[in-house]
Design a protein around this ligand. Structure first.
Ligand code: 4GY
Length: 228
């Protein structure tokens, strides 16, 4: 999968994509992430990318021309263009799985107050939010999306990692995890995990995940019921 990130701060992304699983995915050629600096497509003397909002108000708006040129510079026939914004539909595991099928994602990261609406209307296929809060810029959201989508690209996770895919795969939380020592500061590992009865362990884990979901995210269970 090819991912093209359009932003005003390409350096922002240097750390997260160059460690661990995403680094390995790129080395294996499963994932190809590239950065485009939107400012490179501002052709006026001062390379201006923002301007004051029509109608007044605080802050600046990203001008349409540089953003449009940047998108069209990287756009292919098979591109899917996403704008990261709190005004989008909230990202889910299902959406991540869907996006992992796309050959080419263009991730548009806004800054300041946002991007001129005419770009969003004309050039963007989908607006996606990573949650109901406002970040200082869209770059952080793009990092989250790339990471979460990558896990669904075949081969990105090793077998051991893929086995630990439980949360949200079945619409409920993952179970709690324990490793050695058996007793830590007086707290024992649950007995069932030590006994080696695999059916019982599976049942216990499911029950734990379900109980936690019921407690902190009952909305997930309701969604699951209406879905089934
Ligand atoms: N939440 N999910 C989010 C965000 C802030 C564009 C500058 C979010 O995805 N993006 O909070 N983005 C950006 C939006 C203008 C601020």
């Amino acid at each position: 999968m090819d991912i093209e990130i359009l932003s005003l701060f390409p350096e922002y992304f240097l750390g997260p994509f160059d460690e661990s699983i995403l680094k390995r995915a790129q080395q294996k050629g499963l994932l190809n992430i590239r950065q485009t600096q939107i400012r490179d497509f501002a052709y006026d003397k001062h390379r201006k990318v923002d301007d004051r909002p029509y109608g007044g108000g605080p802050g600046m708006v990203m001008k349409p021309e540089p953003v449009s040129r940047a998108i069209n510079h990287v756009r292919r026939e098979d591109s899917y263009v996403i704008h990261l914004s709190p005004q989008g539909r909230v990202l889910t595991a299902g959406k991540c799985r869907e996006l992992a099928q796309k050959p080419h994602l263009i991730l548009l990261c806004g800054h300041y107050e946002g991007i001129d609406q005419r770009i969003l209307a004309k050039e963007v296929d989908e607006e996606i939010s990573i949650g109901d809060y406002v970040l200082t810029n869209g770059a952080l959201a793009a990092i989250v999306l790339v990471d979460a989508v990558s896990r669904f690209i075949p081969g990105v996770l090793g077998n051991d990692e893929a086995a630990n895919e439980e949360t949200f795969e079945e619409g409920i939380f993952d179970c709690p995890h324990y490793t050695r020592p058996e007793v830590f500061e007086g707290e024992r590992v649950p007995q069932v995990l030590l006994e080696g009865n695999h059916a019982e362990i599976a049942a216990w884990r499911r029950e734990q995940g379900l109980a936690k979901t019921e407690k902190v995210r009952p909305d997930l269970l309701r969604a699951l019921q209406s879905y089934k």
